[in-house]
Design a protein around this ligand. Structure first.
Ligand code: ZN
Length: 321
């Protein structure tokens, strides 16, 4: 993903990565104090049996994913990871959504993986994360956080949901493919998997049933500070902050606001409520992003726990609505 625009509030110095031209980042000093969805939110009590992730298991998955090496579309690492996903989800109802990719550097085939956990309520909550890593980077890039954490956390959530009765909305976990650009990030060279899936879900009526599309991306950063992402639906941003507050994790959320181009955009464009749970402040001045320094030692199980439990609490709050 890339920063599409940036509003500086508490944080300074966060710019675009060196992979992206300066034109993708725009500071907006005239509007530095916009309203935040965090305003007026106070913690609400959670039931003792609220679902929680297992942070050590989630981190183990992150490690196993990284062990496949770099995982761009059509690579050996990508293929191994797809086999790993299938093995991990073997007890679940999994749909493989295959699609063609016409990239600036050639034609490929992509695959989104969708694991469906049925609920009693009429409607679907999607939790998604991309599993590919950047196509144009050297093999030394393993994307521990960017690609790794977003693969591992939905796998952990699958473990939490598996075999439990669900009186709420159905939960669909989606591992998206070809989120990253093949050459340089543009509207046409990015988000291949989700652009395909959004069009398909619009066509077959699924989109109308989606109550929330919750995207997780780069949520493993040991120094976790999740921005208030401005392309996200305001009501869902509010629920995100409410969920974080219920868990006592407010200090990790919304210290800064930022608009990010990411896998949620194709769904936002067709009217689905979306939210991007993302920390695009990875290392000083985002220096580890799209860098060979995006390695496991920069991550922490605790961060996966903060993000994962917040997502589970968001689902609980959405089910109450
Ligand atoms: Zn990326």
């Amino acid at each position: 993903m890339i920063v599409a625009g940036l509003v500086l509030s508490a944080m300074l110095g966060l710019g675009c990565s060196d992979k992206q031209p300066a034109a993708t980042t725009e500071a907006a000093p005239a509007q530095t104090d916009p309203q935040s969805a965090a305003d007026g939110v106070t913690p609400t009590p959670m039931p003792a049996d609220a679902l929680r992730i297992n942070p050590d298991r989630a981190f183990k998955y992150n490690k196993e994913v990284v062990a496949f090496g770099s995982r761009p579309v059509a690579s050996v690492g990508h293929k191994k990871l797809e086999e790993y996903l299938i093995a991990k989800l073997k007890k679940d109802d999994v749909e493989i959504d295959k699609f063609p990719i016409a990239s600036p550097v050639g034609n490929y085939t992509g695959r989104n993986y969708i694991a469906k956990f049925p609920g009693k309520k009429d409607g679907i909550i999607v939790v998604a994360g991309h599993y590919d890593t950047v196509f144009s980077l050297p093999k030394a890039f393993v994307g521990a956080n960017d690609g790794g954490s977003s693969t591992a956390l939905p796998l952990e959530i699958a473990d939490v949901l598996r075999g439990k009765p669900n009186s709420g909305y159905s939960i669909w976990l989606v591992w998206t493919d070809a989120e990253e650009a093949f050459k340089t990030w543009t509207a046409d060279d990015s988000l291949y998997g989700t652009r395909h899936l959004a069009a398909k879900w619009k066509e077959d009526g699924t989109a109308a049933k989606i109550k929330a599309f919750i995207l997780v991306d780069m949520i493993g950063d040991a120094d976790l500070d999740i921005q208030e992402e401005l392309n996200s639906t305001p009501a869902l941003r509010k629920i995100e902050y409410q969920a974080a507050s219920d868990l006592g994790y407010q200090s990790h959320f919304f210290r800064a606001q930022m608009a990010v181009e990411d896998d949620h955009l194709p769904f936002a464009k067709i009217g689905v409520p979306v939210v991007d749970v993302i920390d695009l402040d990875y290392g000083y001045n985002n220096v580890f992003h799209h860098s060979v320094d995006d390695t496991l030692d920069k991550e922490s199980p605790k961060s996966l726990q903060i993000a994962g439990d917040t997502v589970l609490e968001m689902i609980r709050l959405l089910d109450l609505q």
